[in-house]
Write a protein of this length. Sequence first.
Length: 231
Amino acid sequence: MNAGQRGSMVEREGPGEREGMRHREQAGQRERADAARNRRAILAATEELLATHRPQDISMEQVAALAGVGKGTVFHRFDNRMGLMFALMVERAQALEEAVTAGPPPLGEGAPDRDRLLAFLDAVVEVVSRNKNLMAELAYPVAAQRHARERAAKDRDKHPVYRFWHGHISALIAAQRPDADANMIAHLMLGALHSEPVLDQLATDGPARLGAAMRSLACAILDAPAGSAAH
């Protein structure tokens, strides 16, 4: 076979190869779309189950059945139950983070720091209300065993959700009250959201009462006489 014949064969094979590549790309896109759809369904099913079950009482089989996917799909995506719970918490919190970093005021930039702080606290209370059982399980499990509590406290600042929430609250407080220990105040405010009495009250009364209390606390801190909020 001379060079001309080989070139002719390559030309004849070219369109077929390109067509095959196009089909493979389309198949890959469909696979990615299916995976994304399954992930959304699994997370939505988990959140629905959390409304009536404690995290430790939810099985991967229950999630799979409610999401309409195979149990193996759930394990493949999230490895285990705690991996699933963590993914759900991050997913729900990411929407709030995006609203803060790229959304309109008052959560996003453009509003006074006071308004941003109050709006953010309202949003945090709403997230906690929707995921109160999950928050207690993942971050600071008050009713958990001692070693789990100690580990949660030790790793608190490494939790991506907590780290962002704490950083944003402390920054907004510090911008308005540089004399205050904004770092500690933010820890206290967020720690209260994970205490068993507060979570019990949240389950009984809903988010409105807790939201109003958090706003009152924030305003009291911001409006305290100069020097009273010093380090």
